[in-house]
Write a protein that binds this ligand. Sequence first.
Ligand code: NDP
Length: 285
Amino acid sequence: MQQNKIKLYVIGDPIKHSLSPIMHNAALQKFKLDGTYQKKRVELKNLALFCQNIKSSNCMGFNITLPHKIDILPYLDQISLEALHIGAVNTVLIRNKKLLGFNTDGQGYLQSLLEQYPIDFPKIKILLLGAGGAARGLAYTFLENKVKELIIANRNLAKAESLKKDLLKIYPQAKIKTVILCSKELSPILKKIQLLVNATSIGLNGSEFENFPYNMISQDCIVSDIVYQPRFTPLLKAAKKRKLKIHTGEGMLAYQGALAFEIWTGIKAPGKFMHRALLKELRSK
Ligand code: NDP
């Protein structure tokens, strides 16, 4: 009996920039699966209709990128506990005409980081820059892994406070602090952390933080940026200059994609392979 052709999408608005088809189509080919993964621009006003129509199509599932990761929640039939806690969905599996939502961003980040550095979370303090959608996923993952202390720095302090409040509802024992991004309070924090993660949109297209005290980052700190265009953001360049360990953002994209691929196909997440496909594309640009 002939298998149905696999149909997968990534939806967002805008969507032109997405690199997801490169790695997913490479993975489909690697496992000799007959199918395609395509970009689809879906405007917010059409999101409900898209979700309704796709249920009865032959699509196996889809990824969701900016700006719909939160807006899609009401249109899903079932949401994983992790995605519910994070408050956003990046992967949908379609089964029996039902939409099942997952969030693989946090786990994808974690796998990519651990691929490069062995980290004992209960022993480390993390400074997370940002309190937006991506930062939420990372913060949840760090607390799930029992990080010793999490400090959230954001330009808008109220947003960091709101994230802290949400996290404490799930992890009442967690040690969480908040601070204004690039304030004077940042320097003493930078001296005592073992992982610094940028989850703000600063770095995108080479944009830089104003007054970030790069020289205060402790010598044993890993500096990680989830922004991947460019791959070496100004933050990572500053860290490299000081010979600190760095972690680039395309790894998270690759591993969250690999976990989504596993959810759709049942094939063990081909993270390393998808990472290589992505790196090849980024280097050719
Ligand atoms: P959001 O829009 O939800 O959040 C943006 C964050 O950036 C907020 O914390 C915001 O702070 C901060 N920010 C924006 N502009 C400035 C500024 N001028 N100065 C200081 N802080 C600023 O976006 P996401 O959380 O979804 O994504 C953030 C970035 O992460 C994206 O740009 C993307 O490049 C990257 N990303 C990478 C992924 C990967 O797989 N590697 C996956 C998802 C995202 P404030 O609250 O004060 O506005």
